[in-house]
Design a binder for this molecule. Structure first.
Ligand SMILES: Cc1cc2nc3c(=O)[nH]c(=O)nc-3n(C[C@H](O)[C@H](O)[C@H](O)COP(=O)(O)OP(=O)(O)OC[C@H]3O[C@@H](n4cnc5c(N)ncnc54)[C@H](O)[C@@H]3O)c2cc1C
Length: 471
């Protein structure tokens, strides 16, 4: 066996310092890693030799990368090149677009743990660029009012995590983004097609930073009809009518895998025997209730709060329709193993008023700010639908569809039902889990925040797990 550390990502300032010591170097690019790994499938030489060759002939490595990606469609070689971006001064609305990409890593400034300053974006759409009519005066006046009220709430003792419900999606944030070249290409292409000027501009700036470093692995970055027109044309395909506006529940289980418990058990039996899937399913269905319960318990008897259920728990899905605040959505969207699609924020869906604001006796002032926001939204929305989304607040709600398998539901629940979790997403997750327990009672037996896991475990096994969460 021979194991080598072939590379790791470094701070750009360190790379530039190293480059300045030898300005002749051509090989300061992750493309050589992609090129050498691309050759592994057909070239018998050891990988470290392939890397050496790629480093000594960078132009040749670039040509080979482009050919492999472009002609053979072997895009995955670009996944071996990693980039880190500091995205600073980006609005919360645009960060939603950035964080849509699932196979990337993000760490974002928290509006929960930090007090906000008054920085916000006046988007081009609001300035009238593109649409021709400026709404800047109304927009700026409104955001200043919202921000002033934020500070009043903070002074009255409301925690930042609650006071931010009165601030807009134009508020600036920052995020550290780590992305491989394959996903970066996808991101840049989507951003190039974005109808939001801010997102388009972000894509252009990111492209400028990387295209000279890694031109051979980031190829398809141009805007295209597919990304620009598809959703627009689905929307316009016919008159879909208007919704009734009726809001029954904030959490509804709208679809799920029938007999999910049996299907997960069948998958567990399938991998632990030589039975066919149909035979496994028949056996899973024929178990008594006690047997079903004990079979699932076998999966958890050694599991600590940080362990995931086995992969077979991915064979049953649950789809929820949620009506959630922007603050709650900001957290939910970070769960990358789920499927999440959204409608725009809609003032008709009402707002989420944090208990901390009610407790401080500021509910009517909060509602007043929301009313003003809704009035300005109506006005601006007539001019620019895209620009109007920026002025809505963290309290405004949208409809989302959230599909998760049972394995990911465990993870979401451990984090978001936990006592450390923010109250809004805690409530939503608890409701989701309650509904899941009704339709898949056995496989969801150990679903719960990490704080309650020791009790759930003890109830089933009569002993505590080995590791207890620390608070
Ligand atoms: C109390 C609390 C406070 C938080 N505060 C902040 C904050 O201040 N700033 C902030 O930005 N975020 C914050 N978060 C969000 C947090 O960092 C995660 O982004 C979020 O909880 C999603 O969970 P996840 O990353 O574990 O996994 P998911 O995306 O739900 O994925 C499930 C699992 O899949 C695996 N996985 C998924 N993608 C990858 C990948 N690319 N590489 C390796 N493994 C992967 C991991 O095992 C992961 O646990 C907070 C979360 C909580 C619960």
């Amino acid at each position: 066996m021979k194991v080598l550390l072939a590379g790791y990502n470094l701070d750009t300032d360190v790379i530039n310092e190293l480059k300045s010591q030898n300005s002749q170097r051509q090989d300061v690019t992750p493309e050589t890693l992609s090129a050498s790994y691309a050759r592994i499938s057909r070239d018998p030489r050891p990988i470290d030799e392939l890397r050496k060759v790629a480093r000594s002939e960078v132009e040749k490595a670039r040509k080979s990368n482009s050919a492999i990606i472009f002609k053979m469609g072997h895009h995955s070689i670009a996944e071996h090149a990693i980039f880190n971006f500091d995205l600073i001064g980006i609005s919360r609305l645009a960060l939603e677009e950035v964080e849509k990409f699932r196979l990337c890593s993000y760490t974002e400034k928290s509006q929960r743990y930090q007090k906000l300053e008054d920085d916000f974006l006046v988007p081009d759409e609001i300035k009238g660029e593109g649409e021709g009519v400026s709404c800047e005066g109304d927009f700026v006046e409104l955001i200043k009012k919202q921000n002033k009220f934020y500070h009043q709430m903070i002074e009255a003792g409301v925690e930042p995590e609650d006071a931010r419900y009165g601030t807009s999606l134009a508020t600036l944030g920052q995020v550290g983004l780590t992305v491989n070249a394959r996903n970066l290409e996808f991101m840049l292409r989507r951003f190039a097609s974005s109808s939001l000027a801010e997102v388009w501009e972000l894509g252009q700036q990111m492209y400028k930073l990387i295209h000279e470093i890694a031109p051979s692995i980031i190829l398809f970055t141009q805007a295209n009809d597919y990304d620009q027109k598809t959703y627009r044309e689905i929307k316009g395909a016919r008159d879909w009518g208007l919704g009734t506006g009726e809001i029954k529940l904030d959490v509804s289980l709208v679809d799920y895998t029938p007999e999910g418990d049996a299907k997960i058990s069948a998958a567990l039996l399938h991998c632990s025997s030589n039975l066919s899937y149909q035979e496994s399913l028949a056996k899973a269905k024929s178990m008594s209730d006690e047997e079903k319960k004990n079979f699932i318990k076998t999966c958890f008897q050694y599991a600590e709060f940080y362990d995931r259920p086995p992969r077979e728990f991915e064979y049953a899905d649950l789809t929820y329709e949620l009506i959630i605040s922007a603050a709650c959505f900001a957290q939910l969207k970070r769960h990358r193993m789920a499927t999440l699609t959204v409608q725009p924020y809609d003032p008709k869906l009402g707002v989420m008023i944090p208990p901390g604001i009610k407790k401080a006796g500021l509910e009517s002032e909060f509602n007043e700010i929301i009313n003003i926001t809704n009035q300005i939204f109506e006005k601006v929305n007539n001019v620019t639908l895209l620009g109007a989304q920026y002025l809505l607040t963290n309290a405004h709600r949208r409809r989302v569809l959230f599909k998760t398998n049972v394995r990911e539901l465990y993870h979401v629940s451990r984090l978001r039902e936990d006592q450390h979790a923010q109250w809004d997403i805690q409530i939503i997750t608890s409701k989701m889990c309650e509904l899941a327990k009704q339709v898949m009672p056995y496989t969801t037996m150990f679903v719960g925040g990490k704080d309650v896991y020791p009790a759930l475990f003890e109830k089933q096994f009569g002993r505590k797990p080995k590791v207890l969460p620390q608070y």
